[in-house]
Design a protein around this ligand. Structure first.
Ligand SMILES: [Zn+2]
Length: 108
């Protein structure tokens, strides 16, 4: 049987917490989830050669504000799509991936 989240919550505004059907509680820094976004666009960016060091990255207004999760939507029964406050919402995070990335926490 596949493990399913029984509870999704924000432990703090920048930390997602998932309680799994086997009782494990895992924490996920929002920034880390965003940086590891599995969508095709983000994968391409991560695989691109690093930009020349003289180029400054262009940061949008939204990127200067603290990153938050604004919504999580189930995709079938195998994944969640996560909406981030920077407007990015194309990442599909499979339960398998989330389970693998999770850091066990015992915090209440
Ligand atoms: Zn992405």
């Amino acid at each position: 049987m596949t493990l399913q989240p029984t509870k999704l919550e924000l432990a703090t505004p920048d930390r997602l917490r998932i309680t799994w059907s086997d009782g494990a509680i895992h924490d996920y820094p929002v920034r880390e989830l965003r940086d590891r976004c599995p969508c095709a666009t983000c994968r391409e960016i991560r695989n691109a050669p690093p930009p020349a060091t003289t180029l400054l990255p262009i940061i949008t207004d939204a990127e200067t504000r603290p990153l938050r999760i604004t919504a999580m939507k189930p995709v079938g029964n195998y994944a969640y799509s996560i909406d981030f406050s920077d407007g990015h919402d194309t990442g599909i995070y499979t339960l398998e991936t989330l389970r693998e990335w999770g850091r066990e926490t015992s915090a209440p």
